[in-house]
Write a protein that binds this ligand. Structure first.
Ligand code: MN
Length: 301
């Protein structure tokens, strides 16, 4: 039975919307894509979220993403277990381990590869996310940052590692939050009421406002929340940010505003212009898929 007080306590715009991820293959890796989905394209500036693993492997490279280009976004790579080796066309090479952050700002263009290193723990579990860059930053210079350790906020019954947002050394271009949250019991987690938020359980089982959270489902929380009430023993990824407010076009690895920008980026990649070379990766770069017709603009979000 629902108490009337509970209904009054929650403002009408504080949603709890369950968005099941869709399964897909990324090379040998089974992934669950939680963003973009037709029902929701973005959460703040976050426009892409893949969850992969946990898996155990004895040999080979479950992660093997050949050099490919990006424009108009930041890539956020975060591991719960295992290792991923990043190389890019700026000459960066960084081994990402559990708990660290690889953050690549594409700006007007960069290329990178991400693969499982030759020597690894044989485990892999992680997240790949993209943040759309706002108009003032999306044509800027590319950059790469590796943050092996990040600030942690502790709460009664929990802690939050802040990858992006207040307290994090990571460079951002619009108001954003990205955090790895651990809950051990009842936890009232403070939120910025001006942000949209969503969360994805990565380990364990938890409840939000008395409702069980299902793995591989993104829970969209809307705006206008000062906090969320969680309970359980679990780990989840919390993403948030000010509603983005700029319509974006996404195609392949590009975030743009117009069809012409996407066509130009694809042509430059095919010709070997703009993005530079990724040195050290053993293999050929990834070709873009054929671009058929017009890129579908996103639904309003
Ligand atoms: Mn990439």
């Amino acid at each position: 039975m629902i108490s009337p007080d509970l209904c009054i306590a929650q403002p009408a715009h504080a949603l709890l919307e369950a968005l099941p991820a869709r399964h897909a293959q990324l090379g040998a890796l089974d992934i669950r894509r939680a963003l973009p989905r037709s029902a929701r394209r973005m959460v703040g500036p976050w426009c892409f979220l893949d969850r992969y693993g946990p898996i155990t492997f004895r040999e080979g490279q479950p992660m093997d993403l050949a050099p490919h280009p990006h424009i108009g976004l930041q890539t956020v790579s975060f591991l719960l277990e295992g290792e991923v080796l990043h190389r890019d066309s700026l000459g960066s090479e960084a081994l990402l381990r559990a708990g660290g952050l690889n953050l690549m700002t594409a700006g007007h263009g960069i290329a990178h590869s991400e693969d499982t290193p030759m020597r690894s723990s044989g485990r892999l579990s992680g997240l790949q996310l993209w943040i759309a860059l706002p108009e003032g930053a999306r044509q800027g210079a590319p950059a790469f940052e590796h943050h092996p350790a990040l600030p942690i906020r502790t709460f009664p019954n929990g802690e939050m590692t802040i990858l992006l947002g207040e307290g994090s050394p990571a460079t951002t271009f619009s108001p954003v939050l990205g955090a790895d949250v651990i809950v051990r019991g009842a936890l009232e987690l403070p939120l910025d009421r001006t942000f949209e938020h969503a969360l994805l359980v990565t380990e364990g089982t938890a409840m939000i406002e008395g409702q069980p959270l299902v793995p591989d489902v993104l829970y969209y929380l809307g705006t206008g929340r000062d906090s969320i009430a969680l309970d359980g023993v679990a780990r989840f990824f919390l993403l948030g940010g000010a509603p983005f407010g700029e319509p974006i076009l996404m195609w392949w690895n590009f975030v743009a505003r117009t069809q012409e920008e996407i066509v130009a980026a694809a042509e430059d990649w095919a010709r070997g212009d703009r993005f530079g070379l990724v040195r050290g990766y053993d293999g050929k770069p990834m070709p873009a898929p054929p671009l058929k017709g017009r890129v579908r603009p996103p639904a309003a979000s």
